[in-house]
Design a protein around this ligand. Structure first.
Ligand code: ADP
Ligand code: MG
Length: 715
């Protein structure tokens, strides 16, 4: 009997040649081998002619794609891909719902196998949501029979070899312990572990394979939810300082603001303050569209904390943004004379009241923080987690951590921050508020941030003018430049974002390493800068910004841009998050097709922040349908959340939010579109954890969860 933990290379009789090849696929143990799932199946045993298809039957056909198109059903608000498939006996439509990316894989003229259920729609037979496979080698096809698993392969080891090895392993494996509680299996109608493994590798039917896949996707989602809920429950047991809320002080702050808070700002602030007032640590995500005014809400929380003589760490993803927050705090709340400091790799300054702002030495600032004179410390996350040869800052009494644009931080860092032992030896932890302008569809945020409470700002301050967004065709470039020129003459400023660098098809092997990408990006920005400053806009003040510049240099340019000493700023995506320059009214995005919708949305949000009518010009050379579709979505979307839903539909979750960033396993990632599965996984997890947060009645599940946590930790 083989144990899951056995190393393949040490199993006597296991061909050493294979063991070496398997290493390339990161398959080292019996367990890895079982978890190396087929990504599709070939089923040529029962290829049926189109003319012979029967309603309600599952069937495989083999045919040529004649044409393929995506349309949108407005009534049901979904995308529908329709392909017309033909063999020598006739044609049939194949239809997929909400998987617009399929158009990319199915090109007209290719011979393809489709397997799916025959349904009836609009007076004709159709294949509904069929799985499909491109046929490369017809001769091979004729010699296969039954459902054949096709695996991710490596040089020297084909699916055939992998099938052979997997069969041996499955035959000799020890009985596997089921870790999903029986009630969960039953309720969700899932196959039990051992048969799920057999069925995912060697299914008798596509349905059987689908059930097995569902089971494994469920496993990950379920464990993810358990993990989230456990963190949440553990945190709820911890203590954080209960702050005293001085209502008249709070009212005063709000009254003195240069504007009136929007309704959702007020609601969010209430929710946050409600948390701060209790002895349980806050763990909240403040989500709000770009420009919706999250900073001021967070700042008020920091001021309440200061009023309690406690400290706040206010963290931004970049030094540029940290500086901006520091300046905003001083500008809006300077009258309150609360000690505020900024501490980044390149600067240390302190503020104690109007006229009392100065550059100070790093050690002096650190001392001021340690003594508790500085109440609000602005910086990057290095202030709390330390950095290259830097220790974390010593606080006198840290009570609140605010993290801006937290999606940049990644799940792991966030978890580490929450868990951080801020007061060693003491029982208390801190309140935690993260902010994100990337609107994340509800299903995703439940999955990714299920351990967080959510506050949402879903309206912009009144009086903001809608940004006019246009896709500029290559032949209209000159006109666009003329327009920009007029705008600048009228006193406005402009951003130019250079295209993202990416390999034609990014996978493990072709992935450009980050350094090379960065280098190419800099080359791009430099060229664009040269072109604009010398040829197109020689009379304007043009500057550039990219990630390789020294932070002091970046700071200088950002300051010059925000004080209108620069007209046009050519930049990489460095400016993506948070930068606030109200006089900038034009956002030009080169290579717009290379950015995700969420990112384009972020860029656009850099303008339209002041009283001026703003414009977003999207340049693209791509006239492909999917580009048009995506850019159109940006033109139409009313708010970021709507756009995020759209992006999720159009590109699928893997693209929407990089899996590296989320630490979510592959299969679970693929099922993030499956709202039902996420919901049931969450409900099941809740049911189990409510019975016993320690999972004592479920020892096998406990082990599985521990292993899962280790896995996300490593990724
Ligand atoms: P984001 O949510 O993208 O971080 P900011 O906090 O940077 O947005 O706010 C964008 C701009 O809107 C800032 O200049 C801020 O001062 C301003 N602002 C915030 N709240 C309001 C409001 N209620 N009314 C008018 N302007 C506001
Ligand atoms: Mg912001």
């Amino acid at each position: 009997m083989l144990k899951l933990s056995y190393e393949l290379s040490k199993i006597s009789g296991f061909p050493p040649r294979f063991a070496n090849l398997l290493k390339k696929l990161k398959i080292l143990t019996v367990k890895d081998m079982l978890w190396h799932f087929p990504f599709r199946y070939e089923d040529f045993s029962s290829v049926v002619k189109i003319a012979d298809l029967k309603l309600h039957e599952s069937a495989t056909i083999s045919g040529l794609v004649k044409r393929i198109a995506t349309r949108r059903s407005w009534r049901r608000n979904i995308f529908i891909v329709e392909a017309l498939v033909a063999d020598e006996t006739g044609t049939i439509k194949a239809i997929w719902f909400n998987q617009p990316y399929i158009t990319k894989s199915l090109q007209p003229g290719r011979l393809i196998n489709f397997a799916g259920k025959v349904a009836f729609s609009n007076e004709e037979l159709i294949l509904s949501n069929p799985t499909f496979e491109l046929i490369n080698n017809e001769a091979e096809v004729k010699h296969t029979a039954g459902l054949i698993p096709i695996y991710p392969e490596t040089k020297g080891l084909t699916s055939k070899g992998l099938r052979y090895l997997t069969k041996i392993i499955l035959k000799n494996i020890e009985p596997l312990k089921e870790f999903l509680p029986a009630e969960v299996l039953k309720k969700n109608n899932l196959p039990e572990l051992t048969s799920a493994f057999r069925n995912i590798h060697f299914p008798k039917s596509i349905e059987q394979a689908d059930q097995a896949k569902k089971r494994f996707a469920f496993d990950d989602l379920f464990l993810l939810q358990l993990n989230n809920l456990k963190i949440k429950m553990a945190l709820a047991k911890e203590k954080a300082p209960a702050l005293n809320i001085d209502q008249s002080y709070l009212d005063g702050i709000i009254k003195d603001l240069p504007f009136e808070l929007t309704k959702s700002q007020s609601v969010s602030l209430k929710e946050i303050i409600g948390n701060l007032a209790t002895a349980k640590p806050m763990n909240r995500l403040l989500q709000g569209d770009v420009g919706s005014g999250k900073t001021v809400v967070a700042a008020i929380a920091a001021l309440i904390t200061a009023k309690n003589d406690k400290q706040t760490a206010f963290m931004a993803p970049t030094e540029v943004l940290a500086r901006q927050h520091y300046q905003t705090l001083i500008k809006i709340f300077g009258k309150l004379s609360v000690g505020i400091g900024i501490l980044t790799g390149s600067e240390s300054r302190s503020f104690y009241g109007e006229g009392l702002e100065a550059k100070v030495s790093r050690p002096k600032l650190l001392k001021e923080i340690e003594d508790g004179n500085i109440k609000i410390i602005v910086g990057t996350h290095a202030i709390i987690s330390g950095g290259k040869d830097r220790k974390p800052v010593q606080f006198k009494d840290l009570a609140l951590a605010i993290v801006d644009e937290q999606h940049r931080f990644g799940v792991e860092q966030r978890a580490a921050l929450v868990k951080q032992e801020i007061h060693p030896g003491e029982e208390t932890t801190i309140h935690f508020l993260s902010m994100s302008a990337t609107p994340i569809p509800r299903t995703l945020s439940l999955t990714l941030f299920g351990d967080l409470d959510l506050s949402i700002i879903d309206e912009l301050p009144i009086g903001r003018k809608a940004i006019i967004t246009k896709v500029v065709a290559p032949e209209n470039r000159k006109k666009a430049y003329e327009f920009v020129s007029q705008q600048i003459k009228a006193g406005r400023q402009a951003f130019v974002i250079c295209p993202r660098i990416q390999a034609a098809e990014e996978n493990e092997e072709t992935k450009l390493d980050d350094r090379r990408k960065l280098w190419l990006e800099i080359k791009n920005v430099t060229e664009e800068y040269e072109k604009l400053s010398k040829q197109i806009f020689p009379n304007f003040r043009v500057a550039m910004l990219h990630g390789k510049m020294k932070s002091s240099e970046k700071a200088k340019i950002m300051t010059e841009f925000s004080t209108s000493q620069i007209d046009i700023l050519v930049s990489t995506s460095v400016v993506e998050v948070g930068v606030d320059v109200p006089n900038a009214a034009i956002m030009m995005i080169e290579g717009a097709d290379r950015f995700g919708l969420a990112q384009l949305y972020q860029f656009r949000g850099r303008v339209g922040r002041g009283e001026h009518q703003s414009f977003c010009l999207l340049f693209t050379d791509s006239s492909s349908q999917s580009t048009q579709q995506r850019l159109n979505a940006l033109l139409k979307a009313k708010n970021g959340f709507e756009l995020a839903e759209e992006d999720l539909k159009l590109r699928g979750p893997g693209q929407f939010i990089g899996s590296k960033q989320t630490g979510i396993p592959d299969l679970a990632m693929k099922s993030l579109n499956n709202i039902e599965l996420i919901k049931t996984a969450r409900e099941s997890a809740l049911g189990i954890i409510k019975k016993d947060p320690e999972l004592k009645p479920y020892p096998v599940l406990r082990v599985a969860l521990a292993q899962f946590q280790e896995k996300i930790h490593l990724e």
